[in-house]
Design a protein around this ligand. Structure first.
Ligand code: MEV
Length: 313
């Protein structure tokens, strides 16, 4: 295992968000923004400290309004058999919260690994992933499991959830033929994945005949995306992403800021651009040849958005 003790990976979904909840394929890749957790045993009390997010709280008894976070932490300690052990859990996120980059899953994975390390508990990646999935269920209700899987493994993957809630997902590693330059633009609109997932679910339940063809089309895009990545064909990957953005718009999970970022990216040389993650705000990803990424990021920043440039390898 080459994974650091207390680390969880943030992610982008290249193709396939939302339809992945309905058993379709999606491609996700890590970005170099990890969350680290440092766990120290102490004399008394169980303290959770996340300076960047302004969280400092005692876990027993639960007192804060951030219920999902508390419940997840409690579940982790309970499952690892250390609920009554005093400890201080310090978390250092390099990922902004609620922007569609998988912060909640990365946080769960980091804390699971940090606690395991502090108490000499042996956990393999499959177990880390299962436990992080339970945490994601607390945060999101009906997650596909792609966020926690990527947060655990930290490698580009083609993902499909298991047939039953209890069955393991199908995961295939994807090996890009060359590094794929990516510009990430943050819309500044914070969203909860549970909300957009819930909205798509309600629409699908009312009219499955309208939505299932869209999920099937997105499935095709994700499968084609694997070939494009493995051939290093950024132009095709970009085209697939552009079509996917249109379909995500059809699912009504886009918004004004997301569309503006997508347009800015395309006008400044991106070969493809789309929202990533739950949508309704959150982050936009754009792929481009390496000599165009800086120009795209500058144009996004001029329009008032935070950005960063990364690559998928
Ligand atoms: C969130 O990163 C991705 C969604 O497809 C939800 C999920 O897969 O659980 C929107």
């Amino acid at each position: 295992d080459n994974v650091e003790a207390g680390a969880g990976y943030a992610k982008i979904i290249l193709l396939g968000e939302h339809s992945v909840v309905y058993g379709k394929h999606a491609i996700a890749a890590p970005i170099p923004l990890t969350i680290r957790a440092d766990v120290q045993r102490q004399e008394s009390g169980t303290t959770l400290f996340i300076p960047r997010w302004g969280v400092e709280t005692e876990l027993h008894p639960p007192t804060t309004a951030d219920n999902a976070l508390h419940k997840s932490m409690d579940l982790i300690l309970q499952r690892l058999g250390v609920r009554d052990e005093p400890m201080r859990v310090e978390v250092y996120p390099h990922v902004p919260r609620a922007v569609g980059l998988g912060a909640s899953a990365a946080l769960a994975v980091a804390v699971i690994r940090g606690v395991a390390e502090a108490f000499d508990i042996e956990l393999d990646d499959a177990r880390v992933n299962e436990l992080a999935y339970e945490c994601e269920q607390i945060a999101h209700g009906t997650p596909s499991g792609i966020d926690n899987t990527l947060a655990t493994y930290g490698r580009p993957i083609l993902f499909r959830k298991g047939e039953l809630p209890s069955s393991a997902p199908a995961i295939r590693e994807v090996h890009p033929a060359r590094p794929i330059p990516v510009v990430i633009g943050l819309s500044g609109v914070r969203t909860l994945t549970a909300q957009t997932v819930g909205r798509v679910r309600a629409a699908w339940q009312a009219h499955p005949e309208r939505y299932e063809p869209i999920f099937d089309q997105i499935d095709q895009l994700a499968l084609a995306g694997v070939d494009a990545l493995e051939q290093g064909d950024i132009a095709t990957l970009g085209e697939l992403m552009n079509i996917d953005q249109g379909l995500l718009n059809a699912l009504q999970v886009s918004c004004w800021e997301v569309e503006e970022l997508v347009q800015i990216a395309r006008e400044n040389g991106a070969l493809g651009a789309k929202l990533t993650g739950g949508g309704g705000g959150g982050a936009v990803i754009a792929v481009a040849e390496a000599d165009r990424t800086e120009g795209i990021a500058i144009a996004m920043r001029r329009a008032g958005y935070d950005t960063f440039i990364t690559e998928i390898r």
